[in-house]
Design a protein around this ligand. Structure first.
Ligand SMILES: CC(C)(COP(=O)(O)OP(=O)(O)OC[C@H]1O[C@@H](n2cnc3c(N)ncnc32)[C@H](O)[C@@H]1OP(=O)(O)O)[C@@H](O)C(=O)NCCC(=O)NCCS
Length: 191
């Protein structure tokens, strides 16, 4: 694959990447999954890393095919977005949720996410969406800056917690062990 610079054209003084933003197809599922796997790493985005898997891609594609888009350059998927529209009973409002938005690291900062995002949100507006939602980890600065650049504001804190039953069991075991030892010592002290 060539460098991104080779695919940038100038239009009215603005740099534009010569890529195709199109609807995702069933054949794109593996490439989308692998790109997400490359970007969502345990050290940089631990929560997104945990929730990203092939079933996530398949189920989003299955449920809301119209809101799954890819960015393609020379037959290679270099970005994607997966979203859905949430309708609430007793509310006239439709909410557009941009669930996943990813651009391959070597193609970032040249407007690929902006184009994916604009196309997705345009589709959602056509379908009656009046409010958009996004979420990401609090320290994911590129994503936060990106969403701010698209007009998102009013951030609300949301805390993710994790629970690993095996670790809790080990801790309980350890406690029981140290209590047993302590009782044994006490017994010796008292005798
Ligand atoms: C967030 C992400 C999708 C942005 O993709 P991108 O193609 O680089 O974004 P764009 O080039 O369209 O950027 C548009 C604007 O967003 C802001 N922005 C994007 N990345 C930024 C960064 N790393 N630092 C600061 N601002 C950034 C800038 O204002 C930028 O405009 P500018 O380049 O003219 O300054 C990309 O960084 C990514 O894939 N991150 C990993 C996946 C992720 O965390 N996704 C979000 C949660 S699902």
């Amino acid at each position: 694959m060539d460098t991104p610079e080779l695919h940038v054209t100038e239009e009215n003084g603005r740099r534009k990447l010569d890529i195709d933003i199109r609807d995702m197809g069933v054949d794109d599922i593996p490439a989308v999954f692998h790109l997400g796997e490359q970007v969502f790493t345990a050290d940089k985005t631990p929560t997104l890393y945990r929730t990203w898997d092939e079933f996530e891609v398949v189920s989003m594609f299955n449920a809301d095919t119209d809101y799954c888009l890819v960015a393609e350059l020379e037959d290679q998927i270099i970005g994607f977005t997966l979203g859905n529209v949430v309708e609430k009973k007793k509310s006239a409002w439709k909410y557009g949720y941009v669930v996943w938005l990813v651009v391959s690291p070597e193609f970032q900062r040249i407007g690929v996410a902006s184009r994916l995002f604009n196309k997705l949100t345009d589709k959602m507006v056509e379908d009656g969406v009046r409010m958009f939602l996004v979420d990401t980890e609090a320290d994911n600065l590129p994503a936060l800056q990106f969403f701010r650049s698209r007009g998102f504001g009013n951030p609300q804190q949301h805390i993710y917690m994790t629970y690993n039953p095996a670790t809790i069991e080990q801790q309980k075991e350890k406690k029981r062990g140290s209590r047993g030892k302590k009782n044994g010592n006490d017994h010796r002290r008292n005798s």
